[in-house]
Design a protein around this ligand. Structure first.
Ligand code: CTP
Ligand code: CA
Length: 226
């Protein structure tokens, strides 16, 4: 019954969406994570599905369940796992939306056993993770539309535009943490989409579901223009 209400706008298009945090293991019982709830990514996957797309949602650890059974869900834990899931999935995707809060650093070594307190402080060595969006940007063909996200606390537009360029995305969704009606774990959001021509499109504050509709409508328009 759920398919009855899907529109045909994105029929025969495949969309890859990432969501949630990643967890980087320190030892068998501990990890480094972040406060991403996954709500924005799930809302985007659901909206893309409702517009008729075939959707694969690659998600880090969250308690959320997609609203529609037709959404293919791939559960991952670490940034490395997410990278490994996204690269092959992107090859056949028409749209990719990278809304996950991917860890930038991961422990250089994962201890086999639980780390004991021992005597003093613990020093962890962290190494950089691979950048999934940048990898996909490097592989992007002219018919593929790639959406990045940016979370900034200062010099927001300048930093977001740098990310857009350096990762070869088609647009970037700027999330401002300054706004109390936006961000982690909250149901409302306020975003600015920046495109390659430097144009700005502001949406919200409104529910993440409403923002997802705005973002997907933007993508549909851009795809039609490609
Ligand atoms: N991203 C990614 N892989 C990573 C890190 C980030 O794909 N290892 C993606 C995010 O999903 C997002 C975009 O890159 O779409 C920007 O993420 P953000 O954390 O804002 O920027 P970074 O490039 O990681 O830079 P920094 O955190 O230093 O601002
Ligand atoms: Ca980052």
């Amino acid at each position: 019954a759920e398919t009855f209400f899907r529109s045909g706008e994105l029929k025969n298009r495949k969309a890859l969406v990432t969501a949630g945090p990643t967890y980087e293991a320190i030892d068998p019982v501990r990890f480094i994570g972040n406060h991403s709830s996954g709500k924005m990514g799930f809302a985007l996957a659901e909206e893309l599905y409702m517009r008729g797309a075939d959707v694969e949602l690659v998600t880090g650890p969250t308690a959320l369940v997609p609203a529609f059974r037709g959404i293919k869900i791939t559960k991952v834990v670490s940034a490395g796992d997410m990278f490994d899931a996204c690269v092959p999935a992107f090859a056949s995707a028409d749209i990719a939306v990278m809304s996950a809060a991917v860890a930038d650093f991961t422990p250089a070594n994962v201890a086999d056993q639980k780390i004991k307190k021992q005597s003093g402080n613990l020093e962890l060595q962290l190494v950089q993770t691979k950048d999934i969006l940048k990898e996909l940007g490097g592989r992007k063909k002219s018919n593929q539309y790639l959406v990045g996200f940016a979370l900034e606390t200062n010099n927001e537009k300048e930093n977001a535009l740098k990310k857009l360029q350096s990762k070869n995305a088609d647009c970037i969704v700027l999330n401002s943490l300054r706004d109390e009606k936006a961000g982690f774990g909250i149901d409302t959001n306020q975003v600015t989409i920046l495109d390659r021509s430097g144009k700005e499109f502001r949406y919200g504050p409104s529910s993440k579901k409403e923002i997802a509709k705005n973002i997907v409508s933007f993508i549909v328009t851009q795809l039609d223009a490609k």
